[in-house]
Design a protein around this ligand. Structure first.
Ligand SMILES: [Zn+2]
Ligand SMILES: [Zn+2]
Length: 281
């Protein structure tokens, strides 16, 4: 059983699978992907995600604001908490810092200060709600780690999603109760540094994700991504570590439910076995 720990189900390409999200989910289920975490990039996304999770028992959702979103009004901590609680979100996010485009197109994204303040509010909201955080971080290593150290509770933790940094940063995040989630980027030819992360981060700290519709893995690179292809990410990790895909599937699924406790479904026998491995039953 696989989990796609981070996908944007509300943004899947309408031309894939004849425009049907159901077909994309069915294609994933047919490959044994049994749990999806549909991640918000603004609070306005959340009602649509709630509809999705009502329609599909295997879809959990998050509530949060992406660092690159331009907003008219910046939600305060109470507003973030209220949306998260009302929606049944299992996590706050995705939130974080992304400085990549700041030098090129500063007018199109929030400033460093604005990003830091938005991230800080979401970390505090998560700590107060005792929910894990889904963190997006790019070219903002020191600021990301210092805000996490200051405002995140290691007993609740979170995940650095679509991880593209180095082993040192991964280890520092793990020390603070975080998991490392690898996406299709790990399969890209030029991603040797990331494959080192895949080999060396403890297996009980790894998650897998697609971040679909973005970042399709090899051999689908360049196409709109979909949750079924989380299997290719797991296969890459398995081959890097010299272990079976089944072991990666089992471990990353157990890790997912250990971190996102509220996503744990009505336990079937198979899910119960996974939860037992995660020490949850
Ligand atoms: Zn992201
Ligand atoms: Zn994302």
């Amino acid at each position: 059983m696989f989990v796609d720990s981070h996908c944007h189900l509300d943004r899947l390409d309408p031309d894939t699978h004849g425009g049907s999200l159901n077909a994309a989910l069915e294609a994933a289920r047919a490959r044994d992907v049994r749990q999806f975490l549909a991640v918000a990039v603004t609070l306005e996304d959340v009602p649509a995600l709630v509809e999705l999770s009502r329609a599909h028992a295997d879809v959990a959702i998050s509530a949060g604001i992406h660092p690159m979103q331009k907003l008219e009004v910046e939600p305060d901590i109470e507003a973030i908490k209220e949306v998260a609680e009302r929606s049944g979100a299992v996590a706050i996010g995705e939130c974080g810092l992304d400085y990549h485009y700041l030098d090129k197109t500063p007018e199109r994204i929030p400033s460093r200060d604005a990003q830091r303040e938005r991230f800080r509010r979401q970390l505090i909201a998560a700590t107060e709600l005792e929910l894990p955080v889904i963190v997006h971080t790019r070219e903002a290593r020191e600021d990301t780690l210092s805000l996490i150290r200051e405002h995140s509770d290691p007993a609740i933790g979170g995940v650095l999603h679509c991880f593209t940094e180095d082993l040192d940063m991964a280890r520092e995040a793990v020390r603070h109760g975080f998991y490392i989630s690898l996406s299709g980027i790990v399969t890209f030819r030029n991603a040797e540094a990331l494959r080192e992360v895949a080999r060396r981060v403890p297996l009980d700290r790894l998650l897998v994700e697609t971040d679909s519709p973005y970042l399709a893995p090899v051999p689908y690179r360049g196409k709109p991504n979909e949750p079924a292809w989380v299997v290719e990410v797991a296969e890459c990790i398995a081959s890097e570590r010299g272990i079976s895909v089944a072991e990666v599937a089992m471990q990353t699924t157990a890790n997912f439910y250990r971190l996102f406790r509220a996503a744990a479904p009505e336990p079937s026998a198979e899910v119960r076995e996974v939860l037992a491995r995660a020490g949850l039953v």
